[in-house]
Design a protein around this ligand. Structure first.
Ligand code: P6P
Length: 340
């Protein structure tokens, strides 16, 4: 029987072979993985755990929080605040950053997360997930004293990430991770209680016949998106010369996991419903980590015009239009946008 490689062994060997993972970052990733195991347990209990349904609060996005949103957020905060690897955390579920309390040592990393993305799917038993992104706290300017961590420290382009990943809570609980040396997948072995390496060097095919978009928004899309989807719908009789299939799980983690597994293009573009918002999805803790994973697996990710990982954030919770997945498809959509 081939030897099972645990997440810990993978991280140690990545450090030994590639020097990608300093000890503090390895600790951070192992703590995040342990948190995801705890969240998976809560999600799996469902109605038996009294955790379904809405809480009585709204998040910074003005969205009603689900009980599990809050539970997942608390699990991540409590697991990560004492280890000495972090300076601060930021979450979709919290208005401002959470600086590590003074009673704990401060580390050099910043952890951002959407603790439970796709939470509208919680009550209908559809896959959901935790998305996370790791940045380094910027060094003080030359000649300047170290400063207390602040929101500005988080506002770095996605290209500055040092680790990114997600954990999808579906038929399997699978952790998907990159530290800049390709993408690896770890499946939770519930008997051992540990994540086991089940795929490395994940590759997204450059071409696809499968698109993911919420078609009910079609009348609100910009022309380049309408053109691209219309051509897909024309199938082999149309300009693409091949038939397309559609998938929309309305859970970004599940849709991205499918694309990492078999290719495809995922789009949540700007639309006319809220013209002042660049898109629905959040840049810092949804689009950036997912874009890095997709690029590390050979795919592409733009906001329709520019590479997402190059975007300079202006606000912690800012939104962005997302087109990601199979490289040749993303490049075609981007070409249509830039042709305007
Ligand atoms: P819609 C989930 O709420 C989410 O943030 C993403 O996970 C998902 O891709 C998208 O929103 C679904 O949005 O408008 O189709 O419900």
């Amino acid at each position: 029987m081939s030897q099972k490689i645990s997440l810990t062994r993978y991280l140690v060997e990545q450090q030994r072979v590639n020097g990608h993972i300093p000890a503090q970052l390895r600790l951070l990733l192992e703590v995040v993985a342990r948190s995801c195991k705890g969240i998976s347990q809560a999600v799996n209990k469902g109605a038996l755990g009294g955790v379904l349904g809405a809480a009585t609060t709204e998040n910074v996005q003005g969205e009603v929080q689900k009980k599990l949103d809050i539970i997942a957020n608390e699990v991540l905060i409590e697991a990560n605040e004492w280890g000495g690897h972090l300076a601060a955390m930021a979450s979709e579920e919290m208005d401002s950053i959470y600086a590590v309390p003074n009673r704990y040592p401060q580390g050099e990393y910043l952890l951002l997360f959407d603790p439970l993305d796709g939470s509208s799917n919680i009550d209908v038993n559809v896959s959901i997930g935790t998305i996370f992104s790791v940045l380094k706290k910027p060094d003080p300017a030359p000649g300047k004293a170290a400063h207390a961590v602040n929101e500005q420290d988080f506002l770095q382009p996605g290209s500055q990430q040092v680790a990114a990943g997600y954990c999808v809570y579906g038929p399997q609980t699978t952790l998907v991770l990159t530290v800049g040396n390709g993408v690896a997948m770890f499946t939770l072995d519930r008997e051992q209680g540990s994540f086991v390496l089940t795929q490395e060097n994940v590759q997204v095919p450059a071409d696809t016949q499968e698109f993911a978009i919420n078609m009910s928004n079609m009348r609100h899309w910009d022309e380049p998106v309408k053109r691209y989807i219309d051509e897909c719908l024309q199938g082999k009789e149309g300009p693409r010369g091949k038939d397309f299939n559609m998938r929309w799980i309305a859970s970004m983690v599940a849709d991205v996991h499918r694309i990492l597994t078999r290719g495809g293009i995922f789009m949540y573009p700007w639309d006319k419903r809220e013209p002042n918002k660049p898109g629905k999805l959040r840049l810092m803790y949804e689009a950036n980590p997912m874009s890095w994973l997709i690029e590390q697996a050979g795919g592409a990710a733009t906001n329709g015009r520019e590479r997402i990982l190059d975007l300079q954030p202006g606000k912690l919770h800012e939104r962005v239009s997302v087109v990601l997945g199979s490289k040749n498809e993303v490049e075609l959509v981007t070409k249509y946008h830039n042709a305007l």
